[in-house]
Design a protein. Structure first.
Length: 506
């Protein structure tokens, strides 16, 4: 092997950058725009909302029990620095199967997650039973009484404001640049402004917020990997990791309790700079007092229209979508008929939920109705599942030489994956290494056994206790003579310590 410096020069000649060199190259200012710089300015909540996706620098367990990296997609309000919505999704490359090396089972943040983010911005975050009471909006700096009067959904909500965006600033990633996200923003009356390519300074607020989330939240949970290999600990994958739904629950509580109620250095009164910085909820309450609050209520049909759309044909066997068959009696009037949409022929618009694929909804714009259809083999699974679990089962089935048309076999594999994930690690596998001590005690301190060293009693040699046949009125007397059957008389003592019998004789 050559020396370290020569080795890195060879890697640089090949265009391979790793470790500290990659971090230094990202911060060398090569992608920085030309000055002068203008900070993001807004005068009302929702006037500018920045949205982006980043790696959470953590490992977690997905629905099948596999260890995967995590991605975070969040929306930040520029005025109040409030985290309006956040969602965590697994990130995995999947597996290659088949003679053509097709990749199945890959997962990362998709366009549908951005649609869910829009719906979450317009809906109050409900409090969960196991959350701390301080995470509720009732005991926070939010104008709780005024908000409940304007929107009854705020009753019992978490301490997170509901802000309807007027303009969203996003990057040029395929998650947000797709047609589904643009159509959803147009439906809600939200304008979209893309940031310049390779210019993170155009949405610097959310970039800095991501760094705060990693330093204030991610690094205190097991499975923290750091931003690169130079900051990663040893045996991170061997720690006792949390499931993705549990990590998402921790994040939602931390946003309401730790972020929204934490003073922010940028939230100061420009006319009174000597005052201490304010929290995000305090700034939102000040703007509500001056500009008011108008809620946006999404009906069930509005939520369905925010879901992704697939144009499919309704045949005698039902609807074939993503290698699955859906059918119900509600589809009888749509089988082998024309939809009436220009250029679509017999294809109908169908809305589907990737995280809840048990049902789909067909939209009939002529009668403004929705037809619901169920997955025909849902009874074989019998539990909640997601598109990610189906992709993993499909990849395992193809590795065995199966086909994508074998829905029954794939459904049974989905059930087995869910059962295996519910059981946890197998007892026959090698023991996992102990969790790394991060300076914080997790769980109660172990207590010494107080009965250690004391021999176990011999229960066969313990005699039964005699029956105490005593008049209850004698128990209240100052001196009571207790005589147990089969035992000598017991002479009690008076309060001064002398025998009661001698006191009577005297």
């Amino acid at each position: 092997m050559p020396s370290r410096a020569t080795f890195y020069r060879l890697l640089d000649r090949l265009g391979i950058v790793c470790g500290k060199q990659a971090a230094a190259r990202r911060g060398d200012g090569s992608h920085r725009p030309e000055p002068p710089f203008t900070p993001a300015m807004a005068t009302a909540p929702g006037e500018q909302v920045q949205i982006d996706t980043t790696s959470l620098d953590m490992l977690g367990l997905d629905g099948t029990g596999r260890i995967v990296s995590l991605e975070l997609t969040a929306a930040i309000d520029v005025v109040s620095r409030s985290v309006l919505a956040a969602v965590i999704r697994p990130k995995s490359s999947g597996t290659k199967t088949g003679s053509r090396s097709r990749r199945h089972g890959g997962r990362a943040t998709k366009a549908v997650d951005a649609l869910f983010l829009l719906a979450e911005m317009c809906t109050p975050q409900p409090m969960r039973p196991h959350w701390a009471l301080r995470a509720g909006a009732k005991d926070s700096d939010l104008p709780y009484a005024q908000l409940v009067e304007a929107d009854e959904r705020m009753a019992g909500a978490a301490a997170r404001p509901v802000i309807i965006p007027e303009m969203i600033i996003m990057d040029n990633g395929k998650v947000f640049a797709g047609r589904a996200f643009m159509d959803a923003c147009a439906q809600l009356g939200i304008s979209v402004r893309p940031a310049c390519a390779y210019s993170p300074t155009h949405k610097a607020i959310i970039e800095r917020t991501f760094g705060s989330i990693k330093s204030l939240f991610s690094q205190f949970l097991p499975g923290y990997t750091g931003k690169d290999l130079t900051h990663r600990g040893k045996n991170v994958a061997g720690e006792r990791l949390w499931r993705i739904d549990q990590i998402n629950d921790f994040l939602q509580q931390w946003i309401a309790l730790g972020w929204q109620q934490r003073p922010h250095s940028e939230l100061r009164n420009p006319f009174l700079p000597s005052m201490p910085p304010r929290t995000s909820n305090q700034v939102f309450a000040a703007h509500v007092a001056s500009s008011g609050y108008v809620p946006l209520r999404l009906s069930a049909e509005d939520r369905l229209r925010l879901l992704p759309t697939a144009w499919v044909q309704v045949t005698d066997k039902g609807i074939r979508l993503n290698n699955r068959t859906y059918d119900s009696r509600a589809l009888n009037s749509y089988r082998n008929t024309r939809s009436g949409w220009p250029g679509k022929g017999q294809r109908w618009p169908v809305r589907y939920h990737p995280h809840q694929p048990e049902k789909i909804w067909l939209e009939d714009r002529r009668s403004n109705t929705w037809a619901e259809a169920d997955f025909v083999y849902q009874r074989l699974i019998g539990d909640a599942w997601s598109e990610h679990v189906w992709d993993q089962a499909t990849a395992a089935h193809l590795d065995k030489g199966g086909r994508t048309r074998d829905e029954t076999a794939i459904a049974r594999l989905v059930r087995s994956l869910l059962e295996r994930a519910g059981r946890g690690p197998s007892r026959t596998t090698a023991p996992q290494p102990a969790p790394i001590d991060r300076g914080m005690q997790v769980g109660p301190t172990p207590v010494q056994d107080p009965y250690r060293g004391i021999p176990a009693p011999a229960y066969h040699s313990v005699a039964s206790l005699p029956v105490m046949d005593v008049d209850p009125r004698q128990l209240c007397a100052s001196t009571v003579r207790l005589a147990l059957p089969g035992s000598p008389s017991h002479v009690p003592q008076s309060a001064d310590g002398h025998d009661s019998a001698s006191a009577e004789q005297s």
